[in-house]
Design a protein around this ligand. Structure first.
Ligand code: ATP
Length: 279
C-alpha cells in the first residue's frame, strides 16, 4: 500500500496539492487524470522524491520517503517520465537492459540479456533489438522506455502519459501488458492519462485532480459522470456504459453546444441575433 498523507505542494503562489491524502493498493492500476498544468507530473515526481513537498508524508510498505534513504526508496520504482528523448549511442537492447540497475556493468549475464529480449518480444519489438535508439520513431521510443521500466521489476510502476505517441495497436499492447503484469506481480501501478476512455477502460482506481485537490477517486463506473467531466474540464459530455459496463465518454462539440445554447436563448428572446458570437 502506497500512502500519501496530508501532502501540500506549491511552486511559489502556484498550489498543486492542498493537504492531499490518498492510499493506493498493490496489484491495481491507478490512473490519474486532470487538466493540463494541474500538477499530475509533479505529484509523480514527489512520490519519486524528485520534488520535496512543503508538508506531508509518503509511505510504502511501512517505510517513509526521506532524503536520507532516497537511493533505496527509488530502487522500488520503475518510472517512465513524460517526453524522454533517447539521445544516446546505445542499441534498443542496451537501453532496455539499463532498466536493471548496474546491468551494463562488466557482469552482464546471459540471464539478463534473455530477459530483455523476452521483454521486447512480449511487446512485439524484438526486431528492433540491435537498432540504435537515436533512429527510433517517437512511438517506438515510448515502447522501449516501457520495456525498460518493466525490466526493473518494480514494486511501484509510474508511467507519465505512456501512450501519448502510440497508435491504437501499441496503446492496447502497452496497457494490456501493464494490466496483466500489475496483477500477476502485485505491483502498485500509477499512470497519468488524458484520454478518459482509456482511463475508464484500464483504471481499477481513478484519481481526479483539479485545483490542488483530489476531487474524486474510485472505480470509473462509479465516478465518471457528465457533471464530473464538466466540473473538471469545462467540457460537456455524454457518459454511457458500454457492453462491458465500462463508462464511455463522448464529448459534445463546442460549436454544437454553443449553437444549441444560442437557439435556446433566441427562442427565449434573451439575445439579439447580431450580438451572438460563436467562439
Ligand atoms: N520546478 C518547477 N518550478 C516551478 N514551477 C513548476 C515546476 N515544475 C512544474 N511547475 C509548474 O507546475 C504546474 C504543474 O505542472 P505539471 O507538469 O505537474 O502539470 P501536469 O498536470 O502534469 O500537466 P500536463 O497535463 O500539461 O502534463 C505547471 O504550471 C508547471 O509550470
Amino acid at each position: 500500500m502506497l500512502q500519501v498523507q496530508n501532502l501540500s505542494l506549491a511552486f511559489d503562489d502556484l498550489v498543486l496539492a492542498k493537504d492531499m491524502s490518498f492510499e493506493l493498493e498493490a496489484g491495481k492500476v491507478h490512473v490519474i487524470i486532470g487538466p493540463n498544468g494541474t500538477g499530475k507530473s509533479s505529484l509523480l515526481k514527489t512520490l519519486f522524491g524528485d520534488i520535496s513537498p512543503q508538508q506531508g508524508a509518503v509511505q510504502f510498505e511501512g517505510k517513509t520517503l526521506s532524503k536520507k534513504h532516497l537511493t533505496a526508496w527509488r530502487q522500488q520504482f520503475g518510472y517512465m517520465p513524460q517526453d524522454i528523448k533517447l539521445d544516446v549511442g546505445l542499441s534498443v537492447l542496451e537501453v532496455v537492459l539499463l532498466g536493471q540497475l548496474n546491468a551494463l556493468s562488466l557482469n552482464l549475464g546471459d540471464r539478463l540479456i534473455k530477459e530483455a529480449l523476452q521483454a521486447l518480444d512480449e511487446i512485439g519489438l524484438l526486431h528492433l533489438a540491435n537498432q540504435d535508439v537515436r533512429t527510433l520513431s517517437g512511438g517506438q521510443c515510448q515502447m522501449i522506455l516501457f520495456a525498460q521500466a518493466l525490466m526493473r521489476k518494480p514494486k511501484i510502476l509510474m508511467l507519465d502519459e505512456p501512450v501519448s505517441a502510440l497508435d491504437l495497436h501499441f496503446q492496447q499492447v502497452l496497457l494490456d501488458h501493464l494490466d496483466q503484469q500489475t496483477k500477476a506481480n502485485g505491483w502498485t501501478s500509477i499512470m497519468i492519462l488524458h484520454d478518459l476512455n482509456l482511463a475508464a477502460q484500464y483504471a481499477d482506481n481513478l484519481l481526479v485532480l483539479k485545483g490542488g485537490e483530489l476531487v474524486a477517486q474510485g472505480a470509473p463506473k462509479d465516478i465518471l459522470t457528465p457533471e464530473l467531466v464538466f466540473d473538471v474540464y469545462g467540457v460537456r459530455a455524454d457518459v454511457a456504459l458500454d457492453s462491458m459496463g465500462i463508462p464511455f465518454v463522448r464529448t459534445q462539440r463546442r460549436g454544437a453546444s454553443a449553437f444549441l445554447n444560442m437557439k435556446d436563448s433566441l427562442s427565449k428572446g434573451e439575445i439579439g441575433k447580431s450580438s451572438y458570437v460563436v467562439k
